[in-house]
Structure formats: C-alpha cells, structure tokens
Design a protein around this ligand. Sequence first.
Ligand SMILES: Nc1nc2c(ncn2[C@@H]2O[C@H](COP(=O)(O)OP(=O)(O)OP(=O)(O)O)[C@@H](O)[C@H]2O)c(=O)[nH]1
Ligand SMILES: [Mg+2]
Length: 686
Amino acid sequence: MPATEPTKIRNIAVAGHRGVGKTSIVEALLYEAGKVNRLGSVEQGTTVSDWEEHEQRRAMSLSGSLCHLEWKDRKINLVDTPGDAGFQADTYAALRVVEGVLVVMSGVMGVEVNTSRVWQRAEQQELSRVVFVNMLDRERADFYRVLEAARQQLSDRCVAIQLPIGTEHELTGIVDLLHMCAYMDPSGGREGGPQPIPDSMTDLVQEHREKLLDAVVETDEELMGRYLEGEELDPDAVAQALKQAVTRDELYPVACGVATKNLGTTALLDLLVEGVPSPARKGTTIEFGDAKQAVFIFKTIADPFTGRISLFRVLAGPVSGDTTLVDPRTHAKERLGQVLLLQGKDSEPVEALGIGDLGAVAKLKDVVTGDVLVDHEVAVEPPHIDFPEPVMSFAVTPQAKGDEEKMATGLRRLHEEDPTLLLRRDPQTGEQLLSGLSQMQVEVAVDRLKSRFNVDVELHPPRVPYKETIRKEATARHRYKKQTGGRGQFGDCAIRIEPLPAEDGELGYEFVDKIVGGVISQSYRPAVDKGVREAMEHGELAGAPIQGVRVVLVDGMEHNVDSSEMAFKIAGSMAFKEAYQKAEPVLLEPIMELEVTVPDDSVGAVNGDLNSRRGRLHGMAPTGGMTTIQAEVPMAEILTYSQALTSMTGGRGDYSMHFLRYEEVPTHVAQKIIEQTKREREEANV
Ligand SMILES: Nc1nc2c(ncn2[C@@H]2O[C@H](COP(=O)(O)OP(=O)(O)OP(=O)(O)O)[C@@H](O)[C@H]2O)c(=O)[nH]1
Ligand SMILES: [Mg+2]
C-alpha cells in the first residue's frame, strides 16, 4: 500500500468537555465507515478508542487514542482525546498534530469549561473547527439553545450546517443543510442513504439554509456575486467556499446528532471531508531543517509487555519501515522497524506513511514525547506542546518495603506517557511526591502501577504547592570569610532585591549584574547568582520556592588568594537570605477555578459550603434540572472536595477544576501555615 497523498488526508482531534460523547462519536464514525462491524459502547467497554482496562472500568477516556477510516476516497485520522481536566496532556499534544478539531458538546449542557479551554487552544494554534452538538435524544436537550450559546461564548461565526428533526426522545433524524437532504435515526444500525426533508421542516430549513449561505458567500466574493443575482448555488461550489472559510478560520459549521444511535454520522463524515483542510493546505508549523524524512513524536504508550510505542506525525517523507533516523536531542540513532497504523489498541504494519499522516512505531530507544526524528543531524526547532503545570501533589510510598525502585521505575514510565505526571523528592521532608493535574489523574496512576508494574503504593494527603515572593525592595551585604591554616575562603557581595512583576501570569527570576570597576571579577559573579538561586529554593516562611524577584548585584570585594566560586556562592546565598527578611516576604497559594454541577435542590448547601472554603462564587447556570456553579477557591480548601460533594448531593454532583493563578494567602491563614512549618522544622531538627 503506497503512502496516502497529503491532499487526501484529514487529521482531526475530537475534543471537548468530559463525558459529552467524544468516544461514542469516534466509534460511530468508524462504524459508519465500515471499520468495525458493530457499534461499541462506552458503558460496556467495547469501543475502539477507550481500549485500556482503566478506561473501561471508569467508563471514560484517560488518554488520547488514534484511529483512522476511509470516506469518499479520503483518509480521516481521528485522535479521540480525554475531556477530564486531569488528562489534558494528551488533548494538548493531539492539537499539535491536526489541522482540524471536532469540538463536541452535549445538547443538554452546551458550552462547558473544557469546551472553552479547547476552543482557546485551537484558536491560538489557528486550527479549523467543526462543532458537533451531541446527545440530542436526551431530556432537556435543545439544539438551538446550544447553537446560541456557541455563538455567544465561542464565536459568532458558528453557523448551523445541520438541524435536528424533532426533539428529545422524539428526535427522528437530522437535516443536512449543505446537501439539502435528511438522514433518519438508524437506532444503532448503519445510516440509510439521504432521504427527502420532511415537509413539516420546510420553513425552518429555509431559514437556516439562508443563514448558512449568507455566512458562506460572505467569505467568497465571486460566489457572493452569483448569489446576489439569484443564482441557485450547487452544493459543490458552496462546499468549496465553505472549506476555504473553515481553513481560514472564518466559519465554524455546527453539526448535530446522537452518537450512541449512530445518527448524524454520514453528514458529519461528509462535512469532515468537505470542510476540514488537508495537511497539504494547512500544514505544520514545526521546524525540521532540510531533512527529507522527519517525524514528530506526539505521544508515547508505555506498555510493560510490548514495550514503548511512539505515535508520530510525518513532517517530511514518505517514511517507511527499516529506516534509521536520528534524534537531534540525544544524537542517538533510532531504528524504525515497522511503521504502524493504529486503530485504538490494534496495529497494522504499512509500507510507508506520507507527509501529514499519523502513525506509530514500536521500541524506539530514548525518544520522548515532543522529539523530532530526522534523517540526518540538522538543527531542529522542536515544537512546544506547552503541557499544563502539575497543580497537586500527594506523598507516595510503596506498601511493601523494598519496592521503592520498582515504584520509581513504574512512575518514570508513566511520566513518559503523561508528562504532567511527575515524581520528585521533597528536599525538605525527603518524601516522594507524585504531582499531577487532578486527584483522579494521580489515582489512575496508582491503579496503573498495580496493574502494569505490579507494585502497590499508598497515597497520603496532598500538599499544597505554596510559593513565596516579596513585596518591597531591600538590600543586604554578606562577607563570607574563613581563615583556617592554609588557603582561606573569601567572598563578599552586596545585593539589592526587588519585586519582579509577573509576566503572562508567571512569576519569574532575574539576575542583574551591576558591578562597576571589576570589584568582583567576571568569573565569580555567576557564583553569586547560583548561591541566590539555591537560597530561593526554600523560603523562610513555609519552605516554599521563592519567585517574582529581581536580584541586582551592586557591589562586592574579592581577595586575590582566598576567593573562590564556592565562597561567592555562599556569600550570595547568605546575602539573599538577609535581604529577604527585610523585603516583606509573603506566602502565595494556588487559586483554582472550580466548576460544580449539582442537582438544583442542593445548590444552597453547595454554595454555603464553598463560602466556608473561602470560595468566591461568580456564576450559576441552571440547565436541565442541574445547576452549574462556578467559583474560585484556594486549592488548600478543596483538596478533599470529592467526599464532601458526594455527601452533599447524594453522589449526584460532579466537579472539575483548573489552576487559575497564585494569590497572596490572607494573613490569618498564612500565620498558621508559617507556624506549622516552624513546628515541623523544629521536630525535624530534634
Ligand atoms: N443519550 C445519549 N447518550 C450518549 C450519547 N453520546 C454518548 N452518550 C453516553 O454518554 C456517556 C459518555 O460518553 P463518552 O463517549 O464516553 O463521552 P466522552 O466525551 O468520550 O467522555 P470522556 O472521554 O470521559 O471525556 C456514555 O455513557 C455514552 O453512552 C448520545 O448521543 N445520547
Ligand atoms: Mg472519551
């Protein structure tokens, strides 16, 4: 099988909020295209893309999954991504290797927190977008309400390209406004061909067909002329203009259906082929020099049995099996044995993959997610996936003594799969800390450690990643001097420290060298910087890292025999500690954006509880018997929220949270944390 031409490929990430039916849609698309013989279901754990044991057990996607199908002589690669906030690493990675995103929304809930997040990412990366309003068979689902919400909250260039026939449990089909035909509910079977549009829909269809045509012709002058002259436009010409508009991000078509019944898939497949640009049109922004063969690794699967599987996008090619490429990051040669096509967990070898195609290869040696492999050593600008920072940490210990190494190895492998999952040692307490984006993500890691690496570990209460910073300018001078027989030690430096404003919401660090007349020689100045950095790792208040500081080295002195880098490093570190005390140091805590969805009758209790957790409410939206509450809450107050929510709502509540920013801890709370740190330090010293 020769490599597919880039013009014939569509790469699409299926993304959106948790539980809106992304996996079910991928399943339906594969089924409609004849890739699977029966429509699998998430509840029964029989879908192609939720293939992993833990995904099936929890009935949700935990990692990105690659599938492919053929439709109208085009190859569509689909990356099904997880909607849960804790598993966004794969979602962000997937957005790096596609031209289009299928943004899925629930017909009941409409635009949710992660819908907006995915939308923003896609916006930043100028990805084309198609929206799918799913679950229209559910009670209180309303296509037009969701369409309006999308136009208000995502973009006013969202335009309906399909309409539902009937509502809720009386939904019987959908209308395709582009080809002017209908598809009737196949109730889980294959969709029959196009049908005439029911007469009862005539007015509504007319209205929305006009809106669609208006939106499309507005982006195409030539077509606009013909349209204004009253010419009947053929679907091909409209589709052409639509694709141009979607490619340029000028239009976002909104489709609809019911994934679990396989309703709406024919029209959706047509739309993906006709509306989404191919890699030949939109291409990649990844730099790989003049390499004739290049691949970008966007995901790694660490399987203890089959070994490492690396998923890639072909940047330059074709790339075939039995090829040796080089990783400019490690300079190591990496042999590609067989090039594979993936269908969830199943793989199939292919001769070659062409530019823009997505595939996989097993058993590369030292390759990590984010690497680019090329045919010869060239300067490569690896793309930046920009994974979110871990926001919560749990202390972990193996249950059996002696399993420390096994636990560490397992977690290292899991980190390869999900770079937002980090294991590190707390230098203060010596504990092993496992950090991630959510409690569930960390719990899933623990489950996987057991099932894949056969090691039982225990999680201990999470720790809040406090930070420290300063509010005022201060100066200090420290002379480090030792004369003990032989050669002594001498380093002397004067520094000024001042608050450094956050950049893009990130607190940083800056070292400015203002030494005049060479009072400290050039070679010792970086040592002062190093000493300062070391001192900043653990602030005096709570042992938390200090950020948001500019350090200016203003003066100093050196000794022509006794000075050394070591002496200046110590002097720098001591000077910083002295200045820090005087600079009005303050404690910062992470603030989370919390979205809680609860039954209407528990809203009062949940709001009251959030108040007592120092939460700030800033939005409530009732939808279909449930209310979504939005609030900002300090992370320290919601570490164990899931138990509380379960008891307040009788298990019917759900929540998700994202890190927002750091804020100063209120004085009375900070005082307690500082005292607690002091006590712990004293105990550790006894
Ligand atoms: N009634 C109805 N249920 C649906 C529909 N689509 C999906 N579901 C159900 O909704 C639940 C979630 O579906 P998934 O396909 O797992 O949703 P997802 O978006 O992949 O979820 P995550 O990957 O966990 O974010 C499952 O129980 C599905 O059976 C639909 O169109 N109608
Ligand atoms: Mg899913």
